[in-house]
Design a protein around this ligand. Structure first.
Ligand code: AMP
Ligand code: MG
Length: 217
C-alpha cells in the first residue's frame, strides 16, 4: 500500500499549481488518475517502462491489452507514429479534441508494453480542460487506460477510482463527474479504409458523414 493523494480541481477555474504537482509526479514515474470527457484515466509516462508496467500491475490488466496514449497537441502524432496519413490529419482536425482514438503504425522508441507488443499505437487527444492542462504541463505523451481494475466498469466519478485504486497509485485528480461514460471510438487508420475496432463517442454516422460510407468499414 502507498498513500494516495487526492486533489480537487475545478474544471471551470483550473488550479495550475495543483496540476503542476500532478505533472511532476507523472514525470517522476508516478501514476496519476485524471478526468477526461469520457471516463477517468490512469496515467503514466509512456517512455518510463516501469511506470507503464505498474499500470498493468495495479489494474490486474492482462499483458495483451494495449493502452491508449494521450496527447495535448495533434502534432505529437508524428512523435508517436511511424507514418501519419493525410486521413489521420483530417480526423484530428474534425474530431480532436474528442472521443476518438486512432490506431497508427508505432515508432520503435515507444516501449512494447504500451501497445502490448503490437506494431501499432493508439492515440487520442481528450476534450477535458483538466486533462489538456495536465498533459500540456507534463509535456510527454501519457498512457492512460480507464482508471478501473480489470473487469470493473470504467469510472465516471473519482469515488469509483478511489474504490478501485486507493493505496495503489500516487495521485487522483477529482474534477467531478465526467460525461456519460461512453468511451472513445477506437479507429484503425492503418489500412485503405477506416475500421471501427470499438464503438464510442464518435459514431459511424459521424465518420461516414465526414469521409463517405465507402471509406468506413
Ligand atoms: P481502455 O482504455 O482500458 O479502455 O483500454 C484501451 C483499449 O484501446 C484496448 O482495450 C483496446 O481495445 C484499444 N487499443 C489500444 N491500443 C490498441 C492497438 N494498438 N490496436 C488496437 N486496439 C487498441
Ligand atoms: Mg478499460
Amino acid at each position: 500500500m502507498i498513500k494516495t493523494e487526492i486533489i480537487t480541481v475545478n474544471p471551470k477555474a483550473i488550479d495550475q499549481t495543483a496540476l503542476a504537482r500532478a505533472a511532476t509526479i507523472l514525470r517522476q514515474g508516478g501514476l496519476v488518475a485524471f478526468p477526461t470527457e469520457t471516463v477517468y484515466g490512469l496515467g503514466a509516462d509512456i517512455y518510463n517502462r516501469d511506470s507503464v508496467k505498474k499500470i498493468f500491475t495495479v489494474q490486474g490488466r492482462p499483458g495483451d491489452n494495449p493502452l491508449i496514449v494521450h496527447i495535448y497537441h495533434w502534432e505529437q502524432m508524428t512523435e508517436l507514429a511511424r507514418e501519419v496519413p493525410e486521413t489521420a490529419k483530417v480526423l484530428a482536425q474534425q474530431f480532436w479534441p474528442g472521443p476518438l482514438t486512432m490506431i497508427l503504425p508505432k515508432k520503435e522508441e515507444i516501449p512494447a508494453e504500451v501497445s502490448a507488443g503490437l506494431p501499432t499505437v493508439a492515440i487520442r487527444l481528450p476534450a477535458h480542460p483538466v486533462a489538456e492542462e495536465l498533459l500540456r504541463q507534463t509535456g510527454l505523451p501519457v498512457a492512460a487506460p480507464s482508471a478501473n481494475t480489470s473487469g470493473r466498469p470504467s469510472p465516471t466519478r473519482s469515488s469509483h477510482v478511489i474504490a478501485d485504486l486507493d493505496g495503489k497509485i500516487e495521485l487522483i485528480i477529482d474534477a467531478g463527474p465526467t460525461g456519460v461514460g461512453i468511451e472513445s471510438t477506437v479507429l484503425d487508420v492503418t489500412g485503405p479504409k477506416l475500421r471501427i475496432l470499438r464503438p464510442g463517442g464518435v459514431t459511424r454516422e459521424m465518420l461516414e458523414a465526414a469521409f463517405g460510407p465507402e471509406l468506413v468499414e
